[in-house]
Design a protein around this ligand. Sequence first.
Ligand code: PMV
Length: 350
Amino acid sequence: TDKKIYSASTTAPVNIAVVKYWGKRSVKLNLPTNSSLSVTLSQADLKTHTTAACSSTFTENSLWLNGEAQDVSGARQTACFRELKALRKKLEDANPSLPKMSEYYVHVVSENNFPTAAGLASSAAGFAALVRAIADLYELPESPTELSKIARQGSGSACRSLFGGYVAWEMGQAVDGSDSYAVEVAPASHWPEMKAAILVVSAAKKSVSSTAGMQATVNTSALFTHRACDVVPKRMEAMKAAIENRDFEQFAAHTMADSNQFHAVCLDTTPPIFYMNDVSRAAIRAVEALNTHEGRVVGAYTFDAGPNAVIYYQEKDEEKILGFLGTLLAPEVAEWAGKYAKVTPEGYDN
Ligand code: PMV
């Protein structure tokens, strides 16, 4: 019998949404209540590196993240393994000489080079890397959009990390999730002036998981319906146009308004959810003050389900952004706080 160990390695980037995903219409399939749009960040700074291996000699599925064994019996991991194995089985049925990998257990080892679960979208890069690594191991011919439907079931935002540049997750309508996937809006090379800085306010784990938070918001917030039905559909179109036209002012206005509305629906949830802290709010005031001082929009902040700020800016304004944030934030924060990393939106070798 075949005792060989097969393996494949890959990396996946972090993405930071400028139109946020917040709310599920299906928890089981991770189907969202609104479409979302993100920018893929440079893998030089933030990435997950993952190796997947399989062999007839393995006796169970396993997943290691940053040196710690993870639970693989969870519905999200199980869904990814199951769907990828089904695609491999199809290949093997069409080509009987292929090794029967679909019958083997899988071992996955994953490392992040940034704080896990601190609102830095670690689950997005993690599940995207897991899906790509196993898809590579299985030599699957499926497109990134097809694979994004599988990554989506691991973590919603992960579907957007299958692409580089500017990426939309189209919410779709089907109850089986077949039309809820990621598509490229523009490659990173379309807008070379775009840059991002991450202000790490805290590397601590977030207090309310995104799934629990989303469910609470969907069930209790009146503002949520207005956001999902009235605001986001229009904003998706406006954001796509801003990207197409490389209109930083429009891009920034929608990015900041969307982050603020996402945190407003969190506050409108019962009990209220707070992801930002005093340092986050100081960063907002700093960027707003800088934009006012300059008489034009130089920076655009956005916050995910955590206190860390991501600030988008144009390369020509780098000194202004980093200098201003440094002086404003450094004295009032300790340890991790106030550290920032420069990251460039980046392409992805599909
Ligand atoms: O993919 P999840 O379930 O971790 O949810 C991510 C939610 C936000 O990061 C807050 C928004 C987004 O679109 O990434």
